[in-house]
Design a protein around this ligand. Structure first.
Ligand code: AOS
Ligand code: ZN
Ligand code: ZN
Length: 394
């Protein structure tokens, strides 16, 4: 069975695509690498102001990346209001504030779950500092990824660590303003290899439910065991109104942090299909679509542009699914027909549609080419000397 999307369906898809936004991570613009090597590249930002300027380029050429997520203390500055003004001057705003619990010697055995109350207090206090950054920058979301866990059976009590985590999170949540949200990321392994303290969406969700309505789950597409049905998790979290944000990236093996849509564009489409079906693509739906990538060998700005375009293409395909035909096939128990409706949309070449939308918005139809021709890369290579690694710390 083949289906075609109606003119009304295409018009609705265009409207939804015009409204879509994707948030960029500041750390994607610094040098990064693996545990084996960090390759430096000319033109790398030397401070958070330059990272924001680079992120603004991604927005300038794609038109759909108007926010930059900061990482504290990687993005430590004296004056956050000035940083927010700088962002506004470049046509973007500050998005989520990420805390950092993985680069301090005190956190060797954990941070928010550490057996020692003094260390736990230090980790909680770091989040209070992040909340101050939110107030100064206008950010509304505190994003927390917990690297805590254990490497050996018996190393610490799994249950006691959950209790300590619940207490620490409650303190952080209590410090938020009424219009702030806490988004809590999970990851099944690394840096701990026996037990992570938030290994999966269920654990994250349980802590969020205990905290309150303004606590939601972050789904990083690289944080699951191989073969996990990620779109099922998306559907569950959306059902509970607890999907707070995505960290989009690609993985072949582990937490590879490669460009979104590079490894498995079909998976990205399936995820966006759940999002579209549940009508939570809208910017006011409370789901923040963010990238979390580390560009190790590719140029950073075009690497982000490519990912934004990949997410946009997956979204466009999901929007072109003929919902009425799909529903009819599902109700009729037409297994092949239903699958065919989905595959027809996935196999549609949406690049002309997106190029057309860009032209309509006064943008170049080909963001990759337009950025390459802009001369920005040569300009920053000439101007910037001594760019730093993504996580150069404070
Ligand atoms: C770590 O694996 C997570 O993906 C976090 O989102 C992390 O804070 C981010 O990747 C920056 O290191
Ligand atoms: Zn992440
Ligand atoms: Zn990760």
């Amino acid at each position: 069975m083949t289906t075609t999307t109606s003119a009304a369906g295409t018009a609705a898809a265009r409207d939804a695509l015009r409204a879509q936004t994707i948030e960029l991570p500041s750390w994607a613009f610094g040098n990064s690498g693996t545990r084996f090597k960090v390759f430096g590249s000319p033109g790398t930002p030397r401070d958070p102001f330059e990272k924001i300027a680079d992120a603004a380029q991604v927005n300038a050429f794609t038109g759909i990346a108007p926010r930059v997520s900061l990482h504290i203390p990687w993005d430590l500055v004296d004056d956050y209001e000035a940083l927010a003004r700088h962002a506004a001057d470049h046509g973007v705003s500050i998005g989520m504030i990420n805390s950092n619990l993985f680069q301090d010697d005190d956190y060797k055995l954990g941070s928010l779950t550490h057996p020692d109350a003094v260390v736990r207090k230090k980790a909680v206090d770091h989040h209070l500092q992040c909340v101050d950054v939110m107030r100064a920058t206008g950010s509304k979301e505190l994003k927390l990824w917990l690297p805590d866990g254990t490497n050996y059976p018996g190393q610490d009590s799994i249950r006691a660590r959950q209790d300590r985590l619940a207490d620490s999170l409650a303190e952080i949540y209590a410090a938020l303003d009424d219009d702030h949200q806490l988004v809590l990321e999970y990851k099944f392994f690394e840096p701990a290899f026996y037990s992570m303290d938030i290994p999966d969406w269920g654990t994250s969700l349980l802590h969020c439910l205990a905290l309150g309505d303004r606590a939601k789950v972050v789904l990083d597409t690289g944080h699951h065991a191989p073969g996990t049905n990620i779109e099922f998790i998306v559907a569950q979290l959306v059902r509970q109104r607890r999907l707070g944000a995505f960290d989009f990236n690609s993985r072949f093996y582990a937490d590879d942090d490669l460009m979104a849509g590079a490894a498995d564009p079909f998976q990205l489409f399936r995820i966006m299909h759940e999002i579209v079906q549940a009508d939570v693509l809208r910017p006011d739906s409370g789901v923040n679509f963010m990238l979390d990538q580390c560009h190790n060998i590719e140029a950073k700005i075009p690497g982000q542009i490519r990912s934004v375009m990949n997410v946009q293409e997956a979204t466009a395909k999901a929007l072109l699914v003929d919902a009425a035909a799909l529903d009819a096939a599902q109700r009729a128990g037409d297994v092949l027909g239903a699958n065919g409706v989905l595959m027809d949309a996935y196999n549609t070449d949406v690049r002309p549609l997106l190029a057309d939308l860009r032209v309509e918005q006064g943008l170049d139809p080909n963001p990759m080419q337009a950025y390459a021709a802009s001369g920005y890369a040569a300009k920053i290579e000439a101007e910037r000397v001594g760019g730093a690694q993504a996580g150069w710390g404070a």
